[in-house]
Design a protein around this ligand. Structure first.
Ligand code: PEP
Length: 252
């Protein structure tokens, strides 16, 4: 269960949000889920200190990284730097990075390999645009992105990763996919992982749905077998709503 804050919450707001989230999450949530928040880079150290002191079960994530370890790459932050900060999960290839900042599958694959090499878990994002969906290219697009973005990874590495199926037309739009759409996309991810990396990797890779998830729709969206969790943007900015989404995974 991942909360992507995108470019929201300065470090003061981050501290109060994470404190409220810690107060809201329950032991039974942690029994069924890995829960992670992905604040902007400038908040990571402040949030890390709160988590270390108050709730080591809630994991720290990042939204992006560069693949080189250090050097003349102005403005970039390396996977190695994130690992030093206690980051566990790093998002790679979010559609906003692909669409606004020119990330290609090849660049995403380099990020994925750097995240793995530094002992962290990538959350690889894939998904089709509205136009691709209208043309009937959804499954082909997912397959291409999975193939290209996992280039150079081993079956063991892929089996330990998270892949988020995020249809771009559903991100930040309030237009959520149906549970059947989420299942179809997640199944396409799993099938492509199986074709390239074998049945073991396909059975252990964790697949999320992402796109306008909220407390009212989260449970339904996770009701099909290939959807293991959710990647939440807007609704994760508010601690109460993200905690309610996490709680929806716990069986009554
Ligand atoms: C996201 O940022 O990955 C996302 C799914 O955003 P939202 O939940 O706001 O659609």
């Amino acid at each position: 269960m991942s909360g992507n804050w995108k470019m929201n919450h300065d470090h003061h707001q981050a501290i109060s949000t994470v404190q409220r989230l810690i107060f809201r999450l329950r032991p039974e949530d942690y029994r069924v889920a890995d829960v992670c928040i992905h604040p902007p880079f400038t908040d990571l150290r402040s949030v890390q200190v709160v988590l270390d002191n108050d709730d080591p079960q809630l994991m720290l994530g990042a939204q992006h990284c560069y693949w080189e370890e250090s050097g003349a790459f102005t403005g970039e932050v390396s996977a190695a730097m994130l690992a030093k900060l206690g980051v566990t999960y790093v998002i790679a290839g979010h559609s906003e990075r692909r669409q606004l900042f020119g990330d290609t599958d090849e660049m995403v694959a380099r990020r994925v390999r750097a995240i793995l090499a530094n002992g962290m878990t990538p959350i690889l994002c894939v998904g089709e645009t509205g136009e691709e969906r209208d043309q009937g290219w959804t499954l082909e697009r997912i397959r291409d992105q999975v193939k290209g973005s996992l280039d150079g990874c081993t079956a063991d590495q892929v089996g330990s990763m998270v892949v988020a199926y995020e249809p771009i037309w559903a991100i930040g739009t309030g237009r959520t996919a149906t549970p059947d759409d989420a299942q179809a996309g997640a199944h396409a991810v799993r099938a492509e992982v199986e074709a390239r990396f074998g049945p073991e990797a396909a059975s252990t890779v964790r697949i999320q749905y992402g796109g306008s998830v909220n407390p009212a729709n989260a449970r339904q969206l996770m009701s099909h077998p290939d959807v293991d969790g959710v990647l939440v943007g807007g609704a994760s900015l508010d601690a109460d709503s993200f905690a309610a989404i996490v709680a929806s995974l716990v069986q009554e």
